[in-house]
Design a protein. Sequence first.
Length: 487
Amino acid sequence: MLCSIAITGGRAESFDFVFSKGELSPNAIFDSATSPPGRYLLEVGRRTVKAAAACDALVIGNPILPMSGATLAKLALSEGSLPVPALICDEAHFPIAYALPRELFENGRDRFLNLLSTVSLFDARFLEFLTGKQVARLNTKLNAVTALPKVSPQGFVFDENPSAWKVQCVNAISLMERRQDWPSLPLAAHHPNHAGDVLFFSLASQLTKTLDYGAHVVCSSYVDIFHDCGNRLEPIVLDMAPLSRDGRVSDAKYFIQSIPHLPREDLENHFIVFSRFSKNYSATPFHLIDHARFALGDPISSFGETLYRQKSPPLRRCPLPTAPLRVLLQLSGGWPLKTYPEPKRRVLIQALRAFGCQVTVLDLEDAARDGAAIEQAGNTRKLSGLLHDHHIFVSVDSFPLHYACHVVGHPTVALFGPSSPSNSDAPRGVGYRLPLPSLPCYGCAGPACPINGKTSCDNYPGPEAILTAIFELADEVYEFQPTGDGK
């Protein structure tokens, strides 16, 4: 539970908030995997000030800790008046709560709360810059955190993430010490790691109402995606290979290692925020574009504001004659479990060819033995050309799927096995089909099946379901009817 206290003329009013699991309301806050704990401190503060507009100060519980407003009030106000600003820490100096002046949420500096580290020494120094006042550090006898678990009760994934939060805060303090004009500098979201992430953040920047950021750190390999998807942010190009999918380097370690590779000028003119997965995205029902929107500052306070209530891009049809029907397949994803299983793939390709379709497969050379043409997706320009030359696109959960659905608007069949469709599919509508996974275990998003340990996923829809979706879509968009004996 997230919590706060509004202090008005010596009177205290407590507020309780929760991470939303679907419903969005004044006290149910969007659950975003790409938001650091400081983003929730910011959101709770903004909502508290909105609910108690006349308050003088507010106390916000550390988003990492499960705590009610009533508990926070007993902890913060048990000894009478509370100095503001202040940090309330446990015996191990872990920050339990932050006492902040209301004006912080009115002078445009509240966005910098994204940079907090959850280390009291650094947070106190950081808040001194933010508030212009000395920050009291108040210790309690409570021992709230002896050691951070792998996952907090609030769903934050730790592992090495706290080290990244610490680095972002220390770097911010250093920049504040060097630059008197630091309040005018923009935040930059550090989320460069995979092609789909860049696409989602790019689209999120266009949908976000309250944009707290001015830039996005992007791997040089994905600059074409950044520009071709449209953007309200400026790019900071990271000249470094994208993060590998093999898990040997964590997101946090990649963030720390990447800092020396960023242009010095950009480091001097931006506050870099670690915006990779602070929480497990598959635990929430929301789309990753909305996750990114919340991270960038959008409160997303109602379900009507989510992606599934947004319009899809205009449908773009292939201009070629429908005889033969041209089908483009992307059947490999970012890690082995995302790849559509080979036996099912072979049946699908052979069946499509039996129905007279021309089949092209991206990136899987051995699909040629079943009569498919092989192409490499390459950059966005190459992928756009391939989509243009095919009537129907079929793809697993990967960048080409997101690009086809959200940017190009191409007739697409989406395939999900280990990942949850709600996190990264497209709004339902003309030109889109989603044959459902065959088992209810989707969302594991693991490197291997957690049930049988295999690196292939049994949860993908079978070839017959995909064929049905392809021909339904071909009829809907092109009025195409298949021919052939189907054998």
